[in-house]
Design a binder for this molecule. Structure first.
Ligand SMILES: [Zn+2]
Length: 331
């Protein structure tokens, strides 16, 4: 765990532990000093994360009660998980993009029993059998924290300035990793707070989700195209480390997805009519396919589906339609 670190007179990096996750921590950023601090991202909804956050704030000379606002880059629990608890203790506002707000307000994102059922139905539509879906989807208990993400008091749309005194921090809507993902451009110091949109080493998961089953990879590649040319000296991501060379990294990630698309097109050619569930196992992953269980397998399948959808949009494959579509290469 890197320590909390002062990056400028009014800017702190506060790494917050993510329990049982190979990413290990999320980089939260604190804008301002002491009373009136605004936080970007919060950490996972757990005691361990809460302790890490409060300890990091103490290093920055602040307490939770000093936080006046919480910016949430996107709805995932490592970013949004403690927003509600912070608001409870400090009265802080919580802001996110309207698309994230809409997603977490859906009944199947508030009610764990419904979420489990809808998630299993969604996986079956991607080709899982009932038993396979049941095997990978979390239990109602495991789903509960995801259904308690704080609904925001404020929305931030593309181009809006965040309410951070002394800063010009502009929201940049970068859909792809989630439908309402936000980066924040610090226009004075040419920094980009990138959330999970662009990370220095790993590529963020880009998946069809039951809230947004259409074309997240197309959105994501557009968001990369948009952010790549920005006038930015240094990128401040939510995981891993700060880096320079935004344009090059954006190009490298786009090229990675083009290679995946080509690999997938080959698999569809070999297995005409295959579903995303079947196709996922044909692709190269960082570990053997059998090691992908539970949520990891869901991510792999939904990410494969995102690539299938883009191939379809590009006119390279055709869907059979129906409740469980299979795909064929268009000759
Ligand atoms: Zn994250």
């Amino acid at each position: 765990m890197p320590p909390a670190e002062q990056l400028a007179s009014d800017l702190w990096s506060i790494p917050v532990t993510i329990p049982n996750n190979p990413l290990r921590y999320v980089n939260c950023y604190g804008f301002g000093t002491g009373a009136g601090l605004v936080l970007l991202d919060t950490g996972w909804a757990s005691e361990e994360s809460w302790r890490a956050l409060t300890a990091g704030l103490a290093t920055a000379g602040a307490a939770v009660t000093d936080i006046r606002g919480v910016l949430v880059s996107h709805l995932h629990l490592d970013h949004s998980g403690l927003a509600g608890r912070i608001r409870q203790e400090s009265g802080a506002w919580v802001a996110m993009h309207p698309a994230e707000h809409a997603a977490i307000a859906r009944p199947d994102y508030r009610d764990a029993a419904l979420a489990v059922r809808k998630e299993a139905e969604f996986l079956r539509s991607l080709g899982a059998t009932a038993a396979e879906a049941e095997d990978v989807v979390e239990t109602e208990e495991e789903f509960a924290p995801f259904c308690s993400v704080a609904l925001p008091d404020r929305e931030l749309s593309d181009g809006d300035l965040a309410d951070v005194p002394g800063w010009r921090l502009r929201a940049v809507h970068t859909p792809g990793h989630t439908p309402g993902h936000l980066c924040f451009a610090d226009e004075r110091a040419r920094r980009l707070f990138a959330g999970d949109h662009i990370l220095p080493r790993i590529t963020p998961n880009v998946s069809v989700q039951r809230a947004d089953p259409v074309d997240p990879l197309r959105d994501y590649l557009r968001s990369l195209d948009r952010v790549g040319p920005m006038d930015v000296d240094e990128v401040f991501p939510a995981h891993e480390w700060r880096f320079r060379g935004l344009a090059g990294r954006a190009k490298a990630i786009a090229a990675h997805h083009e290679r995946r698309l080509a690999e997938l097109l080959g698999a569809i050619e070999r297995m005409p009519g295959a579903t995303p569930w079947e196709l996922a196992g044909q692709l190269t992953w960082s570990r053997p396919w059998d090691a992908y269980s539970g949520r990891m397998r869901i991510h792999a399948v939904t990410e494969t589906a995102a690539h299938v959808h883009l191939l379809e949009r590009r006119g390279l494959v055709r869907s059979s339609g129906g409740p469980v579509p299979g795909y064929r290469r268009i000759p």
